[in-house]
Design a protein around this ligand. Structure first.
Ligand code: ATP
Ligand code: MG
Length: 259
């Protein structure tokens, strides 16, 4: 049996109306994504990437077209049903982390479970487990301002994972991070993808898209290119190279200082 696509979008349009002005943000976009894919969404500013992600994430509704998420026609659901679907299936990661300040990493990660029936002990155990998964063991009680940008983004990823979603959506997750930290975040994403998670991320940077398996490019609300990455960069490998390079540089600095 062939599996249905996890995401199946057909002729999806989104029109924003502001007074007399109509913005055609998406124009009859069609796209299918299978379980286990790792897709990046690229395109110039204003091309409709975030609009598309918001619809994918059930945060917004299209003006027309169809969106089947795991076989469910999302456009027919009411607000409550949408929220339930979102909690069950989707995790979100944003450019500016969106963490609560003056709140520990552990509590930030627990947050999505606060209003569920999950008892406190289990919430904490699950939060610890996902923090460990993103490499933040020992940082449970740090507040966001006591963590680096990359660590804050890991907390945000852990928070997105706590409900065990089938899809992780990330809008410019490395937009505020330096290049080394960005590769570290891509390593976390690649590990999740290897474990079977479906990931979709928006990025402006071709260097970041090179770590994903498929690149979909938007322009003026349309998909203008959809291609497989022949040989995605391996973050683990790149990190090793970057580290070696750094060590060599430090060594050269030490050497010149001692002369
Ligand atoms: N809430 C809104 N109301 C009205 N127009 C909007 C709204 N959100 C987006 N738009 C318009 O829709 C178009 C697509 O915007 P979108 O945010 O999806 O672009 P983007 O590709 O994510 O851009 P960027 O790379 O700058 O984040 C733009 O012309 C934008 O001005
Ligand atoms: Mg955007």
């Amino acid at each position: 049996m062939i599996d249905n696509p996890l995401i199946q979008i057909e002729r999806l349009s989104k029109i924003y109306t502001m007074g007399d002005i109509r913005v055609l943000a998406l124009r009859e976009v069609s796209l299918s994504i299978q379980r286990g894919e790792f897709v990046s969404i690229m395109g110039p500013s204003g091309s409709g990437k975030s609009t598309f992600m918001n619809i994918l994430g059930c945060l917004d509704k299209p003006t027309s077209g169809t969106y089947l998420l795991d076989g469910v026609e999302v456009t027919r659901l009411n607000k409550k049903e949408l929220a339930r679907l979102r909690n069950k299936k989707l995790g979100f990661v944003f450019q500016n982390f969106n963490l609560l300040p003056r709140t520990s990493a552990l509590e930030n990660v627990e947050l999505p479970l606060l209003y569920s029936q999950v008892p406190s002990r289990e919430r904490k155990a699950r939060a610890r487990e996902v923090l460990r998964k993103v490499g933040l063991e020992g940082r449970e009680f740090h507040h966001p301002n006591q963590l680096s940008g990359g660590q804050q983004q890991r907390v945000a990823i852990a928070r997105a994972l706590i409900n065990e979603p089938s899809i992780l959506l990330a809008d410019e997750p490395t937009g505020n991070l330096d290049s080394l930290t960005s590769v570290e975040i891509m390593r976390v994403f690649q590990q999740l993808n290897e474990e079977g998670m479906t990931l979709i991320l928006v990025t402006h940077e071709p260097d970041i898209a090179a770590y994903t398996k498929r690149i979909v490019t938007f322009r003026d609300g349309k998909i203008v290119q959809d291609r497989w990455v022949e040989k995605p960069l391996q973050a683990e490998e790149e990190l090793r190279l970057l580290l070696e390079q750094k060590q060599a540089e430090n060594y050269a600095v030490d050497l010149s200082n001692s002369l």
